[in-house]
Structures are given as C-alpha cells and as structure tokens.
Design a protein. Sequence first.
Lengths: 339, 428
Amino acid sequence: MKKSVIFGAATVACLSAGAAAAGTLDDVKARGKLNCGVTTGVVGFSAPNAEGVWEGFDVDVCRAVAAAVLGDSTAVEFVPTTPKTRFTALSAGEIDMLSRVTTWTLSRDADLKFTFVGVNYYDGQGFMVPKELGVSSAKELDGATVCIQTGTTTELNLADFFRSNNISYEPVPIETVAEAQQQYLAGSCDVFTTDASQLASTRATFETPGDHTILGDIISKEPLGPTVRHGDDEWADVVRWSYNTLVAAEELGITSANIATLAGEKTDNPEINRLLGHEGSMGEMLGLDADWAVRIISAVGNYGESFERHLGGQSAIGLARGLNALWTEGGLQYSPPVR
Amino acid sequence: MNTDIAFVQTETIPPSPPPSSAIGPSKWIKDNLFSSIPNTILTIVTIWLIYTVLMQVVPWVANGVWTTSSLTECREVLQGKTGACFSVLSERWNQILYGFKYPVDSYWRPNLALVLLAFAAAPVMFFDLPRKMLIFTALYPFIAFWLIWGGTILGPLVALLGFVAGGYTFKTLSMKSFAAGFFGAIAAAFAIWIIGGALIPETASENAWLSPVPSRDLGGFMLNLMLGVTCVSLSLPLGVALALGRQSNMPLIKGISVVFIEFVRGVPLITLLFVASVMLAYFFPPDSTVDLFLRVVIMITMFSAAYIAEVIRGGLAALPKGQYEAADSLGLDYPQAMRLIILPQALKISIPGIVNVAVGLFKDTTLVSVISMFDLVGMIRGPILASTEWNGVYWELLGFAALLFFIVCYGISQYSQWLERRLATDHR
C-alpha cells in the first residue's frame, strides 16, 4: 500500500526547499522534466487547449527553458497554481520556476525571497468604457460607476488615481472577471477597470467588441515576469538568458522560419553567431551546450512571434504591442547583450 | 289515487352527470387556482412569471448551436438571435467529465469503474439483495483503484491481502479479547503492507497492462464523483466511531473524540484543503510525498466524519434510556448491544441528517478547485474559460455542471426517502 500512496513521487517530486536549492539545473537534467508553475487558466497567457496541451505566452517561457536545458520543449510538467498557492509551490520546491502573470514587486523580491529574471509582459491597470459614452480620457470619468475587483491592488490604485485627480466615482464591488463582464454589459457600471491585458481579452469575448473602447490611461505599473527561488544563481541565469534569447532573437531578426538556415552556417553578424553558438562559448558558460538558443527559437520562435501567436493580431485577443514593443520601436523590451 | 296524472315515472331517474363546472379539469382549476381573488391574482402572476422565463429559456435552448469550434463562430451562426453556444460542450465534454490530462484511450476505465460501482453499492443500499454480493463490494475499492490509476496490479493486491490478514487475525484473536483482536489485526495488516510494498519491484508499473495515470491527471466530474464516493463511504464508519467515542465513559477516548469533532467543525473545509495542498509539502521529508488526492481525501473525510458524528450522536440521544437498559438486561456486552439494538435504531433516526451531510459533502468537493485540482468547476473556470475559443461562455458550462450535480444529488435524496419508507417500522 505504501507504494500505491507514494506513486506521485516519481513525477511530482516535492523536494524540500533545502534539497532543491542545491543545483536546480542538475535536478532538472536528472529528472528529464522541467516543473513549471503556470496559472489555472488566463486567456492568452496559459491554458490547455482541446487536446489538453498547454498553450500561451507564459507557457512559451517554460517551453523555452525546457528546450534550452533538456533539448525538448515538450519535456515540461505544467503545475497549475492559483494566486494563493503559487509562492508556496515555488519556495517548497514543488516547481523549478514560476511563469505565471506575477507582478514584480520589492516585497516579493526581498521578503518572499524570489528572483524575478525579467519582465516578459509590461501590464498596467486600464479602463474600458462603452463608446457611446464618448469618453476619451480617464480624467473625464467624474461621477462614474466603476466595476472593480475587491481586495486587489487595482482597487487601491483606482482610489489613488481618482483622489489625486480630485474627481469622484462610485465603486461597484465584484468578485471575478466573469462577474464584472456580466455587470458591465448589463450596464450596472459605466467603467470596468483591471489590468489592460485582461480588459483586452475580456473585450474580445463581447458580441460587439467595437462598441467598447479601452482608454489610453494606464494608472499602475504591473511588470509580469518569470520567477525562481533565491539562492540558486546558476539556475536563475539559465532562465533569465532563455528568456533574453527570445527578445534578442527578435532584435536580431531571427525567427522560427529562418532559424534553420541561420543555424546551418556562420553568418556575417557576430551577434547572431554568438547567440547561435557559431562563435564563443555562451552555452557552456550557462552550463548548457552550444545549440541551446537554436533549440529555443526553433521551438517557440522569437518574442514577437510568441506575442503575436497568443496575444497579438493572430489571436482572438488582438492586443497591440504597446510597452512590449522592442526598445528600437518605442517599447521597453530590451535584451542585454549576448557576449 | 288521482288518475288525472298522465304519466308516472315507474323507476328511479338515473343521476345526471354533475355540471361541467363541478367536475374534471375545470373544477380542479377553479378549486386550486382561482378559488378566491387573492389566489386568482397569485395564479396570474405565477403564470406570467413562468411564461416570461420560458420565453427566455426555450428559444435559447432550441436555437442552441452544437457544431461550431469557437464562441465567435457561434455568434456568426446565430446572427444576433437568442441562442446557446452548446458547441463548447460538444467540443470539451471529455475535459468536463474526465479532466484534460486523463488519457483519451483509457476513458473506458473510469466508465467501467462507475458501472461496477452500481453493482458494489447495490447490496449496501438495497438490503433485500443476496448478502453474497457483499463480497464484490469488499473487492470493489481495489478493482476501482486499479482501473482508474492503472499501473501494476500488485499494489492493490498487497493492499487487499493486508486487509484479509487483518480480518483473519481479528477473527481468531477477538475470541479471547476484543482489544487483542483489534490491535493484532492492525499489526498484521501493516506487516503485510510493508513487506508486500518492499517486494513490489520499482519498475512494476512501467509495462503494466493498464498504463499508470498519476493523480494529478485526474479531473473533471470524475474527480468529484471519486472524492464524493470515497469520502462518504469512509466518513460513515469513522463518524459512527466518533459518535460512540463521544458517548463513551472512558475519559481518554471521550476526550479525543470531543477534541477532534470540535476542532474539525470549527475550521472551514477550505482551510483544511489548503493545509493538505500547500503546508504538508513542507513537513514531509524530501523525495517522499503523500499523493495529493489521498491528502484531499483524508481532509474531506475528517471534515465530514465530524459532521456525521454529530448527526449520529443526535440519533443516539433520541433513543429512550430503556433501550440501553433492555440491552444490558439481556446480558449483551457493549459491542453486541451497539450492533444489535442501539445503532440500528439510532442510524435509522439519523438517515435524513446523514443524507444531508452526504449531499453537502458531494457539492463541497468542488472546493478542490481552489487548490488547483481540476474538478468539474476547476475545469470550467480554469482551462475552458481561459481558452481563447471559449472565453465568455458562462451559462452553458455552469448550467451543464448544475445539471450533473442535480442528477446525483436528486438521486441521493430520492434514495434516502425510499430508505425512510422502507425502514418505517415504528407505530406513528
């Protein structure tokens, strides 16, 4: 019987925090699978499809790390986590990394002892209003009724914003986005406010998305990024540079379409050569082999491709790149040099 | 006699039928729906309400779209008409029922387990059936475990052997003393499990006839049913033991029972589930972990056992003292008195309460969605509503979930009413 109750042990190794801290990279290689914490379902970021295969923008980061470390982007054990279980799962060692719309804040970094390896999505709190209201800026919302999720930072941000602009509003407290959607469409509130990416994906499900507009005002900073435990810098480096590879590939114009040609022979561009392992020993420094970046890009494409596939024009959500455009195009996405 | 009368009726006139207003449907309508002015008003309002609801629901269901592959396509097909998008059910039904990771070619295994459950539960629920069928009931947990989780058959076999050895030890030793039998049985069972567990080779599951499925891959309504059935059937005996323990004269046993019941009843189930999923990972040594499903089963069982114990304590308290004294005067010892006289009566009184707990427990199994297990509700709220195709389909999915739960809960309630009628031996 002891056997049969411990049969999770092989696949879902719940290592203690101490054991996991020593060489996560080696643990993952020995296990042959990356345990990656994701959401239980957020549109565009992570959700299983009809075949039960996880897909999404955050999922691509997990797949990139698996491709780099294990050479197989499907060698990921996706561990669904809720906002309440995500941090304990990571610190207890149940997962090797967390890629789950998690905002990078000082307290999470210093107090909860996590290392945020980058920002894969710059989000922020926005407003959605019906077009017929004729509002073009959040500052014109004096006296509006606002649907707002209770007990979240969005509630506090909203209060701050309205107070600092010296205008009044009437909150309509709601529990979930689903509820907000119904209330908003029924006209119980003039405005719905939450993270802009969430607003866009909610609007995409409306019968007539064109009748609603997301205002340009963004009133808070929500940098979302992949996270690992404190105390294992080698592993943090692997995750950080797996993610940076996605951005660097877009900067350098490497896509999943041309990666086969570029990987085949040395190019004239030394940056591409270093990233793809033709020159230098970048992979070796990370504890990986020379082809690590080639595998990442062949598996998930570059940052822009992943964005378009899950959040941008190719998806039903249709988000604009905005802050998440490359720094050369007026956005904030920027990869430190691979050298 | 006056002979001027032209005609005299010689036989009795047959009774005429009552006027149409005093018979048939019209009388029923008059008596029941329009008997007075307030009742007439209420009737009209009710009919209007029903009409309004039906006018919304009937076209919604009748226009339902079943074959599209996303919500957007549904809306294109409907062209602005009212209509449900049932396509989400026809595309994702397997995820709703089995979760998104259970291997598709193994769906027959839980299905078969469910069919066998009917045979296993029948002799327990309908005691007119031959008692020999209870043998299958005793074997069922091991068969179901093997079917659903797959892997080597040796695991369930060793577990079964442990129970058999325990039962045999109890039978031999309890002739002398109950305590010797009780503890001897536990020792024997554990000896078999430890030895047997060590003998099963590590790789036994790899080439098993039924491919092994880890607990994390279970989901959907299957998970609710499994949790519900397991926890109800485990918490009943535990609840009986706790109720008796609380009534016991032995201070230690009484104390433990009271503390357990009061502690568990004083804590929300969701807290226990969080402890099960999150905190326990810190306490177990590295590399050894108790399966999440088992942890959740233990927590829910503890929770419902505490409630069932209180329900049964009510039943015990309702018995007149004379019943206890009658058992003593017959010279029965404690186990005999309880088994033959007290518990049959107390349990009969407690049936409505126990069923109430069971129905509540079954619905509470949806709480596991907050610890990221993908039960029916977790499946709907998480993966399905988060897919770009189906984000925004609420009524169809949650209505389907409600329908599934209603079928099971209504079945339980009908069974309990039948049971009460069947056991109605008192003279009221």
